[in-house]
Write a protein that binds this ligand. Sequence first.
Ligand code: CTP
Ligand code: MN
Ligand code: MN
Ligand code: MN
Length: 382
Amino acid sequence: SRTTESNKTTEDTKFVCQRATPLKHHNSKFTDALEILERHAVQITRIEEAAKLSSVGSHSKKVIQDILENGSSTEVQGIISSDFFKSMEIFSSIYGCGPATARKWYEKGYRSMADVIQAVSDGMKLTEQQAMGLKCYSDLVQPVPREEAINIKDIVVKELNTVQPNCTVELVGGYRRGKPSGHDVDILITHQDDDIVEGLLAKLVARLEKLGHMLHKDLMVGRNPHFENKNSYLKGVKGIADGNKRQGGHMDSLDHCFCMFQVGTTSESERLETTQASPESDKTGSCTDTCPGGSGGSAVRRVDLIVTPPKQFTFALLGWTGSKQFNRSLRDYAWKILKIKLSNHGMWDHNHVPPRQIEASSEQEIFDELKLEYREPQDRNA
Ligand code: CTP
Ligand code: MN
Ligand code: MN
Ligand code: MN
């Protein structure tokens, strides 16, 4: 049986981070099916029962066997065609609506978007996020083409430069992995000076708000363990470990702003309106009459802005590049094989008491430290 000694890893390829996973990898038939299974498990599981998620693993073998023998999994096909799954997928596609709310709506008897809209007009309360998610729904379900993501990044670079010169800005998420489009635009920001990083996001957000780009925002700053106590790595380790438990291993405590962003300013949309014969003629396109952006403006997009201290940047870059599945595998591997805790904030070697922080100034160095062959972002599409 396998132990956690690092020298046993050479012939072991059970972790997906040990292989190259390009955009179209040959396993997608299986991984797509397993993803459905996992999403369904998340949906049927109440938040308090999250521990039961581990039972998904025992299902996987059966599903793979089924696909191998019959070309598809009857269980997964059954899930996809079920009323419950269909409704949950529709509701979960609304920004701000997680599995708990989706399930609540299903249990109330709602099955479609129309049911939810009816319930809202009958007085059902929505959170601020859900209200925005519903208002801008037709925009937000449209994929964001790479060119537009780059344009949004360029706007952020330009405005950031007016509040703070010499920042580093990276387009991360799926685009960095080579995807031609994505569901949102993830932008990672840092500056070489710790003191400048503190408060940087608030300044940027204020600037973007002033220019009318920011239609809605969830701003979270000041929880980064790095700022809590600059001398205590241990406090950081504990905070990060707690964070992992709370958010299923994907949440970090970096300053972030999850927002609804519109490129077109009011003056631009007014100009567009006057050149169009009838602004009323296109009500089905983007969010025209319902979205606060108003008619004629460009589509509302989900943008994630993340700010990291310089020492955490490389780890945040790796984490925010993903894929989610790649990260999961990498962290699982690092912990089980090497006893190294890896997060978006850094990595800690738990073979020492107290755990010893390992620094890195490039992704290559992190892979080296983890005794893994380096993978370019486009080969991290697990
Ligand atoms: N991520 C993270 N911490 C978060 C949120 C996301 O580390 N709090 C990671 C995710 O695991 C993912 C990457 O950041 O690897 C980008 O997240 P997301 O935008 O959800 O996914 P993408 O891979 O960019 O896919 P999409 O094109 O659908 O946006
Ligand atoms: Mn993304
Ligand atoms: Mn996503
Ligand atoms: Mn994102």
